[in-house]
Structures are given as structure tokens and as C-alpha cells.
Write a protein that binds this ligand. Structure first.
Ligand code: PAF
Length: 303
């Protein structure tokens, strides 16, 4: 496995692979890898001869007072996991390598999609994500790039920037990976004390309860929001930041469920901010609720 720290070396390695006719797949991460990241590496391996993983805690996507300084890092553990997954190259640059002149004056802003949901509380976050991902695409030149659906808004933003800028990258969204008890995997779960972790389970349970209501025939977005709010309010350790129903790809607000819709939430448990979601595919009376792997997938015909 190649360990690369400079943009020049990464570009050269990826150029070589493409010149050999090999499909290059990119898995962008901020490190502190878990099974969710590993599922992205496996998805990349299915369609790409060369799998590149980036490990970079991107300062540009953290706002003032957020957890940039304490974000968990474990380079040697990450390298070992990449090695186990048969990754071909790991790119772990310094901040100075990625942003040699400090804060870049050129950034990527995706309008509209970044305004609500997480963008409401983190107004600069998606510009930071869009900018670093565009830079990685420019250096790696991947055929495909793999992102987890837990960050549903991030996935929609990246898909839109690729479309608007005609970038030759196939953006692949991969299922949320959950613990057996439903908690969505996140590097930030490492911040949770045992009682906070237990309290955080209300988030996936609330989404599952709302999904079950849809399976039983509910189509009113406000009712789903109320179900989630009601359940989460029973858990004093958890403060809901938002829960919303949006069109799954365009992220426009939805009143009545039809087609692919996203029920997404963010909450804080102590000082840890967590996000989670379920995608509900509603076709008349037919419903498919995708909570991800390790959790139940509910299907059914409504009333
Ligand atoms: O999802 C993440 O880990 C980050 O937002 C990403 C896509 C690697 C950009 O820094």
C-alpha cells in the first residue's frame, strides 16, 4: 500500500493508474476509520482496480468553536485498517500541503442545498466540504467516489457540484452502517460516555418509529416530525437541533410523502453533535424504508 503525503505524488500515482487503463476509486475521509468507512472501501473495490483513501481532517469545514482541535485522530490505526481492506494508496496530507497559503481565496459554494438542515447551524461547513472534495477530485481524477448516506446533505451537495461543474466522476452513495442496537456509526461516537451513547439510541429508534408509521400508511410530513420530536423529547440527555422531511436528492421541503424522501435529524448529546436519517421510498401504497445496514429495512403496503 502506498502512503502518500504530497499532492504531486498522489497525482503521479493516479495518472499512472489511469494511463494503465485502471479505474481509480476515491474514498474521501477524515480518518478515525470505522466499519462505515470500510464499507465504502469495499464498495470502491467492487468497481475500481485502484482504491485511494484520503485521510484529512479538513479545517475548512469546521466552524469557530467546533471540534476541529479535538476531532479524533489515529493515523497508525487508519493505515492498518486500509491495509486490511487492500487499499492501494492512502493520501494523508498536512494542512499546509492542502492549503499552502492558509485559507484559500477560491472556494466552492453550492447554493440552496447548503442553506437548511445542517447548513442552518453550520453555515460555512458545506463550502469547506465542497472545496476539499473538489480539490481531491482535481488531484486524483477518480472514475468514482464513495460517500456514506449518513451525511445525506453532503452527498446531495457533492452530487450537485459534480453535475453543475461537469466533473467526470460517478458519485456513489453507500448505505448507513449501524451498530446492532441501531446507532449510526460515526467517528464522533468516540466522544460519547456510556450513558450518552445509550441515550443517543433514541435517534435511530425515533426514525424507525416514523418509518413504521409510513409503512402503516402515514404520508403527512408533519406527523413524522411530531413522532420524532415526541420520542426524542423523552430523552433529557438529547437535544434535537432539527428534524425535517425533504426530497431525497433536491432537498426541497416536502409536505406529503411521495417518491424518495429524506427524514433527517441532527441532535446534540452533551456536547456531541450527531446526525442520522432514513430514506423513505413511497410509490403509492408501496413503501421501502432504508435505515441502512445492521438495522431493519421495512417494506410494506400502506392503508
Ligand atoms: O464525510 C467526511 O468525512 C468529510 O466531510 C469529507 C467528505 C471527507 C470531506 O472532508
Amino acid at each position: 500500500m502506498l502512503q502518500i503525503e504530497t499532492i504531486a505524488d498522489l497525482r503521479a500515482a493516479c495518472d499512472r493508474a489511469r494511463a494503465n487503463g485502471q479505474r481509480v476509486g476515491l474514498v474521501p475521509t477524515m480518518g478515525f476509520l470505522h466499519e462505515g468507512h470500510r464499507s465504502l472501501m469495499r464498495a470502491a473495490r467492487e468497481s475500481c482496480a485502484v482504491v485511494v483513501v484520503s485521510l484529512f481532517v479538513n479545517p475548512l469545514q469546521f466552524g469557530a468553536g467546533e471540534d476541529l482541535d479535538r476531532y479524533p485522530r489515529d493515523l497508525s490505526g487508519d493505515l492498518a485498517q486500509c491495509e486490511q481492506e487492500g487499499v492501494d494508496a492512502v493520501f494523508a496530507p498536512s494542512v499546509a500541503e492542502m492549503y499552502p497559503s492558509g485559507r484559500p481565496v477560491t472556494t466552492v459554494h453550492v447554493d440552496g442545498l447548503t442553506a437548511g438542515l445542517c447548513g442552518a447551524a453550520r453555515p460555512t461547513h458545506f463550502d469547506g466540504v465542497a472545496t476539499v472534495v473538489t480539490k481531491l477530485f482535481a488531484v486524483v481524477g477518480p472514475c468514482s467516489a464513495f460517500f456514506g448516506r449518513k451525511d445525506a446533505q453532503q452527498l446531495a451537495v457533492i452530487a450537485r457540484l459534480v453535475e453543475d461543474l461537469n466533473l467526470p466522476v460517478d458519485v456513489v452513495g453507500c448505505p448507513i452502517v449501524r451498530e446492532a442496537d441501531g446507532l449510526a456509526l460515526s467517528s464522533r461516537n468516540a466522544y460519547l460516555a456510556p450513558d450518552q451513547r445509550r441515550a443517543a439510541l433514541v435517534l435511530s429508534r425515533a426514525l424507525e418509529a416514523a418509518a413504521q408509521a409510513v409503512v402503516l400508511g402515514e404520508r403527512d410530513a408533519r406527523v413524522l416530525v411530531d413522532i420524532v420530536r415526541g420520542l426524542v423529547s423523552n430523552e433529557p440527555e438529547v437535544a434535537l437541533e432539527y428534524v425535517e422531511v425533504r426530497a431525497a436528492h433536491e432537498l426541497t421541503p416536502v409536505d406529503l410523502l411521495d417518491g424518495d424522501v429524506l427524514l433527517a435529524l441532527a441532535a446534540t448529546v452533551g456536547s456531541t453533535r450527531l446526525i442520522d436519517n432514513v430514506v423513505l421510498s413511497v410509490r403509492g401504497a408501496e413503501v421501502h424504508a432504508d435505515l441502512g445496514t445492521g438495522a431493519s429495512r421495512r417494506e410494506g403496503a400502506g392503508k
